[in-house]
Design a protein around this ligand. Structure first.
Ligand code: AMP
Ligand code: MG
Length: 422
């Protein structure tokens, strides 16, 4: 059986990023930027004041204290949005607001709280001696003209939007969103709004896989259910291959009605593999049809979700132009021992928690590949390598979180850092 790592390599070898398109910055959130952004202006664009206060020459006020303030002449006011019209000379100061450009000659700003206005603001008492450069944000200290400020392949988060706006880029080149066809197969399946008859169940995978594909930044073409017949599968898969990627669930094991692989082959797919050494999720077909990847995921709900996370998500992220495509793992202390049968890489549904002294993880009861409750209660997978036969309580294990709930809490989380936490 094909090891998980090799399966991932085969899949990614077939995936190329899609083309690009232009979108406005307001529509760019959660898209993937396709070109490096080089700053066409600097930030700050000029030396500016970090405080409301007085721009002055530090050398003029080296002796200034509360008891012995130094008096300076205020030559003009400089609100934000205005530009200095005269340099500061010895004995002079300019009343300056936060963000306003520092006038030539001045080399420090004293915050207004350390000053006292005199004589209808024509003079000011300075009560502290600033160091040269105090409260000045220097031209280009954040970024310089021509500097790369966003790298291609980055997800556009609010911070990237901030940057795009700061450099004055109203349009941005992003990768196209992959269109993913999601098809569920099985004669036992009925749609979500139908009451299942005897022997029938609801097509739950289709909805979960659609949600997963969306979470990977894709647009979903929801194709519903195909029956376990060549005709039905051919019809639906013919529709599916118009998408950029195809995800099916069910019908890929060795049962008499497991026809997905056969029909994909008939439609011209090259099959790269159909079994992977992972649990849950061993039957997993991967083919390429008119240069589009087709993922035949197993029918069991948990298996299909595990297989999506390990194989489909990295592929879709690569197709979507992302640079970082793999889910990271971290080390956590396991709160309860668990036994597993060695042979395949094992993904145990688990609850990962962030404690003050590190990560702890609890494997959930009910690891059957059909157990939907476990999936709902879990936020992570404990990954056991193929040769592992389990873990003892307190052992350190590898965990792959699959959603950000791990890092959210219903209480505030500013604990003091104690010695033991360091
Ligand atoms: P299969 O791989 O088609 O043999 O399916 C394996 C198991 O997964 C069977 O119990 C199916 O009923 C179940 N199953 C298949 N497709 C779905 C689906 N779309 N939603 C929920 N369960 C499914
Ligand atoms: Mg089936």
């Amino acid at each position: 059986m094909l090891p998980v790592e090799e399966a991932i390599e085969i899949i990614l070898g077939e995936i190329k990023p899609l083309g690009t398109e232009q979108v406005g910055v307001l529509e760019a959130a959660d898209r993937v930027i396709a070109k490096d952004v080089l700053a066409r202006r600097a930030n700050p664009p000029w030396d500016n004041s970090a405080m409301d206060g007085y721009a002055l020459i530090a050398a003029d006020v080296v002796s200034a204290t509360d008891e012995n303030p130094v008096k300076l002449k205020v030559i003009y006011d400089l609100p934000a949005g205005t530009f200095p019209h005269a340099p500061v000379k010895s004995g002079e100061a300019v009343r300056i607001m936060t963000g306003a450009p520092v006038p030539d000659g001045a080399d420090a700003v004293v915050m207004v709280e350390r000053t006292e206005k005199l004589d209808e603001s024509k003079e000011v008492l300075i009560k502290t001696a600033p160091h040269t450069g105090a409260n000045i944000r220097f031209n280009g200290e954040d970024f310089k003209i021509g500097q790369r400020v966003i790298s291609a392949g980055s997800l556009i988060r609010p911070a990237e939007i901030l940057m795009l706006a700061a450099v004055g880029q109203p349009e941005v080149t992003v990768y196209k969103r992959p269109v993913v066809a999601v098809l569920s197969t099985g004669d036992e399946l009925v749609d979500i709004d139908k009451r299942p008859d005897k022997g029938q169940i609801t097509n739950s995978n289709g909805y979960a896989l659609a949600a997963l594909a969306k979470s990977a930044g894709c647009t979903v073409r929801f194709l519903g259910i195909a029956g376990d017949t060549r005709e039905s599968l051919t019809e639906k898969l013919t529709e599916a291959i118009e998408a950029d990627a195809i995800i099916t669930s069910g019908g890929v094991s060795v049962g008499d009605y497991d026809l997905v692989k056969d029909v994909l082959l008939e439609l011209g797919s090259t099959m790269r593999f159909w079994k992977v050494a992972l649990k849950p999720g061993k039957p997993l077909a991967f083919g390429v049809i008119s240069s589009r990847p087709a993922f035949g995921l197993p029918g069991n709900p948990v298996s299909s979700m595990v297989a999506f996370e390990q194989f489909v998500r990295p592929a879709l992220l690569k197709m979507a132009g992302r640079r970082a495509i793999f889910s990271t793992t971290l080390r956590a202390r396991i709160t309860e021992g668990v036994q597993i049968r060695p042979g395949r890489m094992n993904f145990l549904r688990a609850v990962l928690k962030v404690k003050s002294d590190g990560y702890v993880v609890t494997p959930l009861k009910g690891q059957s590949s059909g157990a939907i409750t476990t999936m709902v209660n879990a936020n992570s997978y404990i990954i056991a390598p193929p040769d592992s036969s389990g873990f003892g309580t307190g052992e350190t294990v590898r965990v792959q979180p699959f959603d950000s709930s791990v890092f959210l809490s219903d209480t505030t989380h500013y604990p003091p850092v104690t010695k033991t936490e360091e």
